[in-house]
Design a binder for this molecule. Structure first.
Ligand code: TXA
Ligand code: MG
Length: 317
């Protein structure tokens, strides 16, 4: 067991987090999407510890976080399309999968031996401050035990990883609430994971439709295994009328719902609340309980929300 330090959003907290990271320790920190579990992306030891702390399979590569596009160009090859989307959406909830510059010195564990690297420039001021204080690339998967619900608050991180990591840097609740969109640009632009930047917005900037990349059986983003975000309770989707004993989670007007993603049917609010509500519903359902979600439209952020809900509802492997 490691004593997990609670670090505040302050110059002292950020300096302490950077110090832990320089010593190859692990610090969870807020981004605008979800909390990330950060470690030095150049250090085999730090990256190996990320996999161990999460119980994450080693074949599933990590996202490298950098403060700006200039730093990103150091680790990945940017073509005109990559420059264009980076200019439009960074800093922000978009991850680009690009050809790796093997000479740049990232740990091979980060990329799981692939010739591509996933890279992102987060917008959250605390993530930005940490990256600048650390002055290096941070590998950071979501700060939850592998296969479980992603954390959008510091206490979610503590519940899952206390005793396994050196610190938690608390930047409050995450504003976006679902993970970054992953766009593959090592070939035709492909959607590897729907997320905080909508497909519609990406297609408008790229001027072409995205091909959908990967599947549960042969994932292009290897983390996209079918069962993920698994709460303890069983989950049923697209439910207009819940059965007795189900904790019903509404979207829009749902009289009698126990909880709601957004009472006004606002997708931005629903994404921001998603993982917190999923945890809350799980607690209310209790052991062996059941959760039922009202339908969420498959447009804009609704695609990312439905993707996460389908994984939460998938049969557990
Ligand atoms: O919003 C986010 O992206 C958060 C915050 C912390 O930045 N991070 C996050 O990381 O969601 P994680 O590890 O939970 O998801 C990373 C995904 C996985 O599905 C992984 O397979 C995929 O990125 N990935 C990483 N490197 C890749 C690569 N070279 N090619 C394809 N997919 C890759
Ligand atoms: Mg994750």
């Amino acid at each position: 067991m490691i004593a997990t330090e609670d670090l505040t959003n302050s110059p002292q907290g950020i300096a302490r987090a950077a110090e832990i990271l320089r010593a190859e320790g692990l610090v969870a920190f807020s981004t605008e999407t979800v909390y990330g579990l950060g470690g030095d992306a150049r250090s085999d030891r730090a990256v190996a510890r990320i996999f161990d702390a999460k119980g994450r399979p080693r074949f599933n590569p990590l996202i490298v976080h950098v403060p700006d596009v200039a730093a990103a160009r150091h680790y990945a090859r940017f073509d005109a399309r990559a420059e264009q989307v980076a200019a439009a959406f960074w800093p922000g909830p978009l991850t680009l999968v690009l050809p790796l510059r093997p000479e740049a010195g990232l740990s091979d564990l980060v990329t799981a031996g692939l010739e591509t690297v996933a890279i992102r420039v987060p917008a959250h001021p605390l993530a930005q401050a940490l990256l600048r204080a650390f002055d290096g690339p941070l590998a950071a998967p979501s700060a939850n035990p592998s296969g479980k619900v992603s954390p959008t608050r510091a206490d979610h991180v503590r519940a899952g990883l206390a005793g396994r990591i050196e610190g938690i840097l608390d930047g409050g609740a995450c504003a976006v609430g679902v993970e970054s969109t992953i766009l593959g640009l090592d070939g035709a632009p492909s959607l590897l994971r729907p997320g905080g930047v909508t497909v519609e917005a990406l297609e408008a900037v790229l001027g072409v439709g995205l091909v959908s990349g990967g599947s549960a059986e042969r994932p292009n983003a290897p983390g996209q295994l079918a069962s993920h975000y698994a709460p303890g309770a069983a989950v049923r989707l697209d439910v207009h009328e819940p059965e007795a004993g189900e904790v019903w989670v509404g979207f829009g007007p749902c009289p009698g719902a126990a909880l709601s993603l957004s009472e006004t049917g606002d997708l931005v609010e629903a994404a921001a609340r998603l993982f917190h509500v999923l945890r809350e519903a799980d607690q209310r359902a209790g052991a062996g309980g059941r959760i039922a979600f009202a339908p969420v439209p498959e447009v804009g952020l609704g695609r990312a929300i439905n993707d996460r809900l389908r994984r939460a509802a998938a049969p557990r492997g």
